[in-house]
Design a protein around this ligand. Structure first.
Ligand code: ZN
Length: 326
């Protein structure tokens, strides 16, 4: 017998998968609602979505397509437009969990999950724009969707998309900075270094660590890349998942300070390179006082050619200049 997608399937597919009516009688399958059956290993969210009359979509569906998935505890369910009994408030989802309903234009899929295009469309309705773009970028990057698919359905998302994006954090950073009207290029190749995630102006390089569990530079290669960039005069800002997801205000303040000082331009900032590392946490007492001091500011924290990053922006706990690394 074939395991149905997400462990749950409509009756119409059961026979083709090798199940019989005895599979229900002998407990191999569980009836979730009329016309839908689940195996013992069925996905809990998919079961809940089918139980209330729909299928998974938006942030509840993305991980099943290996797309970027935001932290979102809601159960997102696509239901048929005629599912009027679900229009009542508090729609019958799992206890203690908010259910976000989306209304299908046509008939629902015969799977327990919406199509990738529908998933992006629904994400655009109930998630921040940059989250929908990050989901769409990951679908484009893995070639699950094409820009030509997105443009007619979700033009407001498609216009911000970039299939070259390598991670959700890169997509979020790019969209937020471009919405501030900053000139941001993606996946720029720099001689002797390779491709960098984002380049703001001429020389502010932003590298985005995609995984939430890394607590430092990912590899010796990252350090080597940073040094190679610094030797050429670039400013390198390496962001971790939590900087992008939970501390963006602080990060954006830093970037805008660099831009205001015109240090992101060759003509504005001289040639000394700088690494700005945000991955040491500022401690709670600093946060409580509303100010952040450098944990261990190096003696050469001030660039040869301009103002120290720390002078411009509170919240940076470590600054190295090329003086420290050469
Ligand atoms: Zn939703």
């Amino acid at each position: 017998m074939v395991e149905p997608p997400l462990g749950i399937t409509p009756t119409s597919e059961l026979h083709a998968m090798g199940y019989t009516r005895y599979s229900i009688a002998d407990g191999t399958l569980e009836r979730v609602r009329r016309g839908w059956y689940a195996g013992s290993a069925a996905d809990a969210d998919a079961k809940a979505a089918v139980h209330i009359g729909g299928v998974l979509t938006a942030a509840s569906a993305t991980r099943h397509y290996s797309l970027w998935t935001p932290d979102d505890n809601r159960l997102h369910v696509l239901v048929a437009r005629n599912a009027s009994r679900l229009r009542s408030p508090g729609a019958q989802g799992p206890k203690g969990r908010e259910t976000c309903l989306h209304w299908a234009v046509g008939t629902l899929t015969a799977r327990a999950i919406a199509s990738p295009l529908q998933v992006v469309k629904d994400a655009a309705h109930c998630l921040p724009l940059e989250h929908a773009v990050a989901i769409a970028d990951s679908a484009l990057n893995t070639r699950l969707l094409r820009l030509a698919d997105l443009r007619p359905v979700v033009p407001a998302v498609a216009r911000w998309c970039d299939p070259a994006s390598q991670s959700g954090t890169e997509s979020l950073s790019r969209v937020r900075l471009r919405r501030k009207n900053l000139r941001v290029r993606t996946q720029v190749e720099i001689e002797g270094v390779g491709f960098v995630d984002l380049l703001v102006g001429d020389r502010l390089v932003i590298e985005c660590d995609s995984a939430s569990f890394h607590d430092g530079y990912q590899s010796v290669r990252d350090y080597d890349r940073d040094m190679a960039l610094i030797r050429q005069g670039y400013i390198v800002l390496r962001l971790k998942y939590r900087h992008v997801m939970f501390e963006w205000e602080k990060v954006e303040g830093l970037i805008l300070a660099i831009v205001r000082a015109r240090r992101h331009l060759w003509r504005g900032g001289g040639s000394a390179g700088t690494v700005v590392s945000l991955w040491s946490t500022w401690n709670r007492s600093d946060r409580a006082r509303g100010s952040v001091r450098a944990r261990h500011a190096p003696r050469h924290a001030t660039s040869r050619h301009g103002t120290s990053i720390q002078d411009m922006t509170p919240g940076v706990d470590t600054v190295w200049t090329s003086d420290d690394l050469t």
